[in-house]
Ligand binder design. Structure first.
Ligand SMILES: [Zn+2]
Length: 348
């Protein structure tokens, strides 16, 4: 009994020491953005307007220490993280990162990294979650019954009866304004279908999207503001040296549901594809949906990446794992809200 008490005491001291060391050690943040564009329907709150993004950058320039992710990785490696350093990252590879975000990054001289999904690079289209949104929201009326068979299971939705009341069916995604009962019902339908599509492998998901598209009376229009980057735009992003490109898998499938051989393909192939376009090594990876398993990290390391980012909130300090760097998800806040959130993140 005495030994158990002693061991518990030692563990408590070790926990406190770690907590104190972390509290008083230099800390940095990695910010996570997606779209820099005007909001329409935005089910996952991925859009930050250009106005708000400019306000964020101004605050970073005045009150923080903007660094590139590569600089932060090097500082982490040498154990010399500059306190208050902030690295800006974008996930997915939206064309608006080049056309809307880059000019502002240049104006405020803030470096950034864009983690790109490579399977969309030659396709001039929207990501599947955006396509789904357009299919469900573009027409005034939808047919009554949607039936899908997904991996052997039957699913049915009736757009006119989709239940509202789940967490996601609140004002999230509607820009805080009520768009009326029909939009709420469509949003509820969107989340419900999205949840079934998210864990699917790409070919099955694409088949389901094709079926939804014909059910909803036609393929979605491609919005230039929401489409994915093209290879020449990837080159243009890196021009000037302020923006760096990283990999974000081939198909943006949950790696945690894939067998190791398919995970390996998603990780290795996305690196090779970007390197072929850019002509230089790609060092950073971001896990799609922030999800990974114990099998994923060795595969990322084996592919030759030097670091990888999750989507978990947290600060980067010298004790952080460079293959599980936390990132703080930025919403469409104005400058004041962003400044408050920034100091909240640094305090945690
Ligand atoms: Zn992503």
């Amino acid at each position: 009994m005495v030994d158990i008490m002693r061991i518990r005491g030692i563990h408590r001291v070790q926990r406190m020491t770690r907590h104190l060391r972390r509290r008083f050690t230099p800390k940095a943040l990695i910010l996570l953005y997606h779209c820099i564009a005007e909001k329409e329907i935005d089910p996952w709150e991925l859009c930050v307007t250009e106005q708000h993004f400019a306000e964020h950058l101004e605050i970073l320039r005045k009150h923080a220490q903007p660094v590139s992710l590569a600089q932060l990785v090097e500082a982490h490696r040498t154990g010399k993280i500059p306190n208050g350093a902030v690295a800006v990252t974008f996930d997915d590879g939206y064309a608006n990162n080049l056309h809307n975000a880059k000019p502002l990054l240049e104006q405020f001289d803030v470096p950034a990294t864009v983690f790109t999904v490579t399977g969309y690079l030659e396709k001039r289209r929207e990501f599947w979650w955006d396509e789904l949104e357009r299919m469900l929201f573009r027409s005034d009326t939808l047919p009554e019954q949607l039936h899908l068979n997904l991996t052997g299971n039957d699913f049915e939705w009736n757009p006119r009866q989709s239940a509202v009341g789940e967490k996601e069916s609140s004002d999230q995604g509607l820009g805080g304004d009520s768009l009326g009962a029909q939009s709420r019902t469509r949003l509820s339908l969107y989340y419900s279908i999205w949840r079934q599509l998210q864990p699917l492998w790409e070919p099955l998901r694409q088949k389901a999207l094709d079926e939804i598209s014909s059910w909803a009376n036609g393929a979605p229009l491609i919005r230039d503001e929401r489409r994915t980057l093209l290879p020449e735009e990837l080159l243009a992003l890196e021009k000037g040296g302020l923006v760096e490109v990283g990999a974000h898998s081939v198909t943006h499938t949950l790696l945690s549901v894939l067998p190791p051989a398919v995970q390996r393909y998603e990780i290795h192939q996305s690196k090779k594809h970007i390197e072929k376009i850019l002509g230089h090594p790609v060092r950073g990876f971001a896990y799609p949906f922030g999800a990974y398993t114990n099998q994923t990290i060795p595969l990322v390391r084996e592919a030759g990446f030097t670091h990888a980012c999750s989507a978990d909130d947290g600060t980067v300090w010298r004790g952080s794992d460079c293959f599980q760097f936390p990132r703080c998800d930025v919403k469409d806040w104005d400058g004041d809200q962003f400044a408050k959130q920034l100091s909240r993140w640094f305090r945690n």
